[in-house]
Design a protein around this ligand. Structure first.
Ligand SMILES: Nc1nc2c(ncn2[C@@H]2O[C@H](COP(=O)(O)OP(=O)(O)OP(=O)(O)O)[C@@H](O)[C@H]2O)c(=O)[nH]1
Ligand SMILES: [Mg+2]
Length: 456
């Protein structure tokens, strides 16, 4: 497969000021030569890493299509480590399509999604962690995420994992040496091994913990607004969004289907969901809405449980608070502009340790405070950017490494033979190999590169 020369449009679909076609492989120059004609006869073949001006030509039809710059990246100093040519023309989809057609006519094959980066990986220019970071960077929606991805693309995470690997190998060889000279080992080895394992486990644990922050950055957190009908959920939804989004009426059962909107607080993305209130449904549609809402509430990362502070709490309110206290929730006493009737202390006691706040969604009172409370309560705690892990794949492998390290520590503490915990260390090393992609697993490769766009 690496024998093929591949071609793809690397700029997004649609009309653009510029459009870039990228070609990679042994025949990249030959293919480009059939499409592009330099204005002044260049020194053969083309200068390296220096744009050459010319025209895109359909040689068969003898027509010039567009002006373009050609840049040649000679192997191995290119993105894929192969010969790469970039043709940069005007971004007309029609012109770009013709360039593709001419390129395939000249012997190139259309690239699969992520195939350029796949080649960079297979040719050893990027490891798997860096390849994942490429896509993260392309798809990043916040500056924080872009910064983290860019750093990981530069190899910050990889270097850390390779250091970890180095320490595991050193530990393993120490343990194996100890197996050959058991008496000496017993005297001196075990406490040192234990310290090494503990410090490695602490390091891996930091990274595992960094996944929550990573997930929040990548996907955002779902925050569902729940409560009885008419407590002011939709009014609160609108107030938080600062937009008249959901319909509000004095009648219970106003919201039936759910509404989902993005809310960004301090660079953390939340998906705020407003839904049907709980109560006796007066209509089958309401009943369906309630069922949907409950499913969303169950699956949400966090809940805003809203109560009407101007009315005495009902059995339904109490059930709701009790039901969700095991989840991450924030109690919101709404309508605090009206005389108070709710037994706040009782409800708070029911809610266990969950925080609460008084607001008036209608008057906009304490809404800023609520935003800060949402940020503080639901967003992951402060995590150093270098500890952030953006992928479930990475987190799962790190978690497995952590468990193996803990098992090793346990075996060691119980005085088991070094042979046993050496086995755990070996399994850590295999997992590290998967993490960096030194161990190649086809399904993982397909899964990761299949998510890329064509042309990257
Ligand atoms: N006084 C006062 N009234 C409020 C407040 N928040 C909402 N209301 C009123 O309460 C009524 C119901 O508000 P909604 O936001 O529709 O309530 P809801 O919880 O979404 O209701 P359902 O969709 O039916 O479950 C409306 O008449 C609102 O104007 C508040 O903070 N103070
Ligand atoms: Mg509503």
């Amino acid at each position: 497969m690496l024998e093929d020369t591949i071609i793809a449009i690397s700029t997004p679909p649609g009309f653009g000021g510029l459009g870039i076609v990228r070609i990679s492989g042994k025949r990249a120059l030959a293919v480009a030569g059939r499409i592009f004609q330099a204005k002044n006869k260049p020194k053969k073949p083309f200068p390296v890493r220096r744009p050459v001006f010319g025209t895109i030509r359909d040689l068969e039809r003898e027509t010039a299509l567009d002006e373009a710059f050609l840049t040649y990246f000679k192997a191995p100093r290119s993105y894929t480590k192969e010969d790469v040519v970039e043709l940069s023309s005007h971004g007309s989809p029609a012109v770009l399509e013709v360039i593709l057609r001419l390129g395939t006519g000249a012997g190139a094959r259309l690239a699969q999604p992520g195939e350029f980066t796949l080649r960079a990986y297979l040719n050893g220019r990027l490891d798997m962690l860096q390849a994942e970071a490429v896509n993260d960077l392309i798809r990043s929606v916040s500056l924080t995420q872009a910064r983290i991805s860019s750093r990981q693309l530069g190899g910050s995470l990889s270097r850390r994992i390779f250091r970890l690997r180095g320490k595991l190998i050193a530990l393993l060889s120490r343990v194996e040496a100890g197996l050959e000279f058991p008496e000496e080992k017993l005297r001196t080895g075990a406490p040192a091994d234990r310290r090494t394992i503990d410090s490695l486990a602490a390091e891996v644990e930091r990274l595992v913990a960094g996944y929550e922050a990573g997930r929040a950055l990548r996907e955002g957190l779902t925050l569902a607004i729940t409560g009885r009908t008419n407590v002011g959920k939709s009014t609160l939804f609108n107030a938080l969004l600062e937009e008249d989004r959901a319909i509000v009426t004095p009648f219970p059962g106003t919201t039936r289907d759910f509404l989902r909107e993005k809310l960004v607080i301090d660079d953390i993305l939340f998906h705020l969901v407003d839904m049907a209130g709980l109560g006796k449904p007066a209509h089958p549609v309401e009943k369906k809405g309630i069922a949907r809402g409950q499913k969303i509430a169950r699956e949400a990362d966090g809940l805003l449980v809203v109560l009407d502070a101007s009315r005495k709490e009902s059995g339904e309110d109490e059930r709701l608070v009790r039901k969700y206290r095991a989840k991450k929730m924030l109690l919101v006493f709404n309508k605090s502009d009206l005389p108070e009737k709710v037994d706040r202390r009782m409800i708070r006691a029911l809610a266990g340790g969950s925080p609460s706040i008084d607001v008036s969604a209608l008057k906009g009172r304490n809404i800023d405070k609520l935003r800060a409370a949402i940020r503080g309560h639901f967003a992951p705690g402060p995590v150093k950017e270098e500890d952030v892990i953006l992928h479930a794949r990475q987190k799962d492998l790190l978690q497995a490494i952590l468990e193996a390290l803990r098992r090793a520590a346990g075996l060691l503490a119980k005085g088991h033979s070094a042979e046993l915990y050496a086995e755990e260390i070996r399994s850590c090393l295999a997992l590290v190999g998967e993490l960096t992609g030194q161990v190649r697993i086809d399904e993982v490769i397909d899964d990761i590169f299949g998510r890329f766009c064509v042309g990257k």
